[in-house]
Design a binder for this molecule. Sequence first.
Ligand code: GTP
Ligand code: MG
Length: 300
Amino acid sequence: MTDHSYRDARPNAEVVLHPSVFPTAARAVAPRVSVVIPTYNEAKNLPHVFAAIPADVHEVIVVDGHSVDGTIEVARSLRPDVRIVLQNRHGKGNAMACGFAEVTGDVVVMLDADGSADPAEIERFVAALVAGADFAKGSRFAPGGGSTDITALRQWGNRWLNRIANALFGTSYTDLCYGYNAFWAHCLPALELDPGTRTHDGKLWGDGFEIETIINTRMAKAGMRITEVPSFEFPRVHGISNLNTWRDGFRVLRALAVERCNAKGRRVPVTPVQLPVARPAADEVPAAAEAAAERAGRTA
Ligand SMILES: Nc1nc2c(ncn2[C@@H]2O[C@H](COP(=O)(O)OP(=O)(O)OP(=O)(O)O)[C@@H](O)[C@H]2O)c(=O)[nH]1
Ligand SMILES: [Mg+2]
């Protein structure tokens, strides 16, 4: 039997964290995490993915592209509290925009439904945000990341597109075309994504796999603090990819040109939300109160 366990398939189980991810003075906050999952005929993969989602996430939003394999029913049976959103056009980009519009948490995590991304890494993305980043960008090519899925051709194309992006936008990305990312919900207005108010029987610009490039470049244009988080990509568990290497590669190239010329990302000022510092656990409270009383006594 094939073992689809995320960790067992990882060749370097000891993942080295990118040094920039965890500065020592990380703020102790516990943000509410909204996981946005685009699905197009992923019923067979959802049990694998949902089983690995951390128990303490605030919400799971499945954005479905009118799947015909029972994806929605499976999602509901696995997780009765799942929020289902139906996209109104076609493509992953449109799905993400529709899902983002429904987020009620503090942090947005973009997670694929095909089993290629390990939900256990969510913790690492959130830690990067809590440590001070606005945008935690997953990277298979940062130290500690990797992939047993990407083909040589796609890796070559991604490398050149990545170089072009860095030259045009002054970024230091190592993995432009990767869909596992997280950001504070306060970044959403700056992205200016169309949440799907215009119905269309097809794809509008931004509705396809260029969405990741659009997000990456607008985050940079908005001046967001960006940290790369090493991530490991697995092959999808069941089914076939919806991505077409050449067609979608050219859409990414076009997105780089379009985003270099337009002002999107720069137009909407973003105000970071102040989050409460995490409270001490109940059993620590008396000790903390005693220490405070003792200090007060000393200074009185
Ligand atoms: N709602 C929705 N989801 C989509 C659509 N196209 C792709 N997805 C989802 O987006 C995620 C990524 O799609 P994949 O087909 O795996 O493409 P990819 O991961 O970019 O490429 P591969 O590395 O070849 O797998 C999966 O969860 C898909 O189900 C779409 O048109 N609508
Ligand atoms: Mg995939």
